[in-house]
Design a protein around this ligand. Structure first.
Ligand code: ZN
Length: 111
């Protein structure tokens, strides 16, 4: 497997994963629950990572991610509104500060 992307923003990593899967590139996400194992490098291990299963897909995957990484195409840190209680949220929040509902995924926001 080849690691093609990693970011503390789990929503962003998940978004890239869905894009690669939509392009028929098998992927695997590590640390998607943000939990640290008993490893020696917990700081590294808790970063959600996106891997491609086949080395042959590496170049294509990085190309797709590179396109998505353009700031004018994706704004991962934008303010959002809680779908559950309607409270406006700071961009950095991943959960509603009022009712703890999770931030909608990018796919949900786009649809
Ligand atoms: Zn809420």
């Amino acid at each position: 497997m080849i690691k093609v992307f990693e970011d503390f923003d789990i929503a962003l990593v998940g978004h890239y994963q869905s894009v690669l899967e939509n392009n028929n590139i098998p992927t695997f996400m590590k640390n998607q629950f943000g939990t640290s194992g008993a490893g020696e490098l917990p700081f590294v291990e808790v970063i959600p990572q996106l891997w491609v299963l086949n080395e042959a897909d590496e170049a294509r995957a990085k190309e797709l991610i590179g396109e998505l990484d353009a700031p004018d195409k994706l704004e991962p840190l934008r303010e959002w509104k809680c779908a559950s209680c309607g409270t406006p949220q700071e961009a950095a929040f991943t959960h509603c500060w009022k009712c703890s509902a999770a931030r909608p995924s990018f796919n949900d926001q786009l649809s």
